[in-house]
Each structure stands twice: as C-alpha cells, then as structure tokens.
Write a protein that binds this ligand. Structure first.
Ligand SMILES: [Zn+2]
Length: 244
C-alpha cells in the first residue's frame, strides 16, 4: 500500500503546537513561582484548635477533632515553609494551652492563641477546626471570618473557601461571617477559621482521618492563602509587593 507524503504544512503545524504547549507550560510555571514568592517573608500563624484535655468534637468512630486539626496544620506548615513563609504554630503537639487548674480553661486557651497572633507580628492567621452537629446528614468544609472587621479577613475567607471547594471538593458552602469566635474577634490581622468538615458525618469522619485527605485539604488552604496574596498584591500595590 502506497503511503501518502504529508505536506510541509502538516509538520509546521506539529512544531507550532509543540511550541504552544511548551509556552503555556512555561507560563503556568512562572505564574506558580511568582505567586509563591508573594508570600515569601510573611509570617502566618497556624492555629490548630483545642488540644490536650480539650479534645474538641469526636466522631462516632472515635476520630478526635484536636488530632485531625493538628495533622492538617502540620501539613499546611510544611507547605508554607517550603515557600519561604515563617510559620508560628499556636500548638505543635497534643497540649492544652490553658494554665493548669485555671477556672476559665477554655477562655484562657483562646486568650493564649490571640496573644501568639499579636506577639508573632503575623501577616495573617488561620485557625483550623472540625464541625459536629447532632444530625449525621450535614457535611462540607466552610471558612468563617469576623464580618465586623475591614482588614481583608473577608477576602482571605473567600479565597480559601474557593480553593478548598476547587481542590478538595465535597462542599457547596460559602465563606460566612456567621460565627462567634474569640480568636477571630480579638486577632489584629486578617484571620479566618477553617471548619474542615463535619466529624458527625460518617463519610467526612473517615476522610478527615486519612493522611492523603489531610494533605489535599492542607493544599486547599495553602492555595487559598496564595490566591489571597495574589489578589491583595494586585489591588493594593499593583506591583506584587507583599501586603502588610
Ligand atoms: Zn473546634
């Protein structure tokens, strides 16, 4: 069977397509590097909720909120540090931040977290929790902020919610200010509380205990913070300087 000789235009098209692929790939890489550099030099406080005697919520299979949020926080810390971000953890192990035998243990723990955010001269703060309600039906990660503040917390919450939804999925929830959280109210920098999902939902309880899911969730938060850095730089300075 005779083979038909392909016209020169065919080969030219192939070369052009390959060049286009390399060009787009290069753009993506440059964009990722530029975005990451925006946060280089920032200080981010990562606040895993609860700890020690205060285990937080508990799923039906026994998964504890304080364990899950610490594991997600550690993974988020590693991602941020790999991009030159200074990370201050409010707790790095299973400890109770409150003074022993204090009469207001929970309040004491929350005040310590706020002090760490303030003393750490943070650029932003991220608290991580899990939800739990009596019904097993409810599910979906959600990001909260204090709506009485005009310091970027809302934008930070929206960016993080968007990236968790895009990269992790399993939620159609929107960033919300319907929360009464001491840390959000008393922090002095843009701050959010990420509710990573419902431990009262059996499917989410199972997922939240998995290392791979925690890793992907940490990546969702990380990507949200980068999106915030990119949007803040574009609107505030127009040059890409890191906002303070
Ligand atoms: Zn909690």
């Amino acid at each position: 069977m005779a083979t038909t000789k392909k016209p020169m235009g065919y080969y030219l098209t192939l070369v052009l397509l390959a060049s286009l692929v390399f060009y787009v790939h290069g753009l993506e890489q440059r964009r990722a590097i530029t975005t990451a550099r925006l946060m280089s030099g920032w200080t981010v406080v990562v606040d895993p909720g609860h700890g020690g005697i205060d285990t937080g919520a508990r799923g039906r299979s026994g998964v504890m909120e304080d364990d899950v949020v610490l594991q997600i926080a550690e993974k988020l810390k590693a991602l941020l540090e790999s991009e030159g971000v200074q990370v201050v953890m409010t707790r790095a192990s299973d400890v109770d931040l409150a003074e022993p035998r204090t009469g207001h243990r929970q309040r004491d723990s929350l005040e310590k977290r706020v002090a760490i955010i303030r003393d750490g001269k943070a650029d932003i703060a991220v608290s991580i929790h899990c939800n739990a309600v009596p019904s097993p039906q409810w599910s979906g990660a959600q990001v909260f902020y204090d709506g009485s503040r005009d310091d970027g917390s809302k934008l930070l919450a929206e960016c993080t919610q968007a990236e968790i939804t895009r990269l992790v999925g399993g939620t159609s929830r929107q960033a919300s200010q319907k929360i009464d959280h001491f840390v959000l109210k008393n922090s002095n920098v843009p701050s959010i509380t990420v509710e990573a999902g419902f431990l009262s939902n059996p499917r989410e309880e199972r997922l939240l205990a998995q290392q791979d899911y925690q890793r992907s969730f940490a990546w969702g938060i990380f990507s949200g913070l980068m999106k915030y850095a990119l949007e803040t730089a574009a609107t505030v300075t127009g040059r890409g300087d890191s906002p303070r």
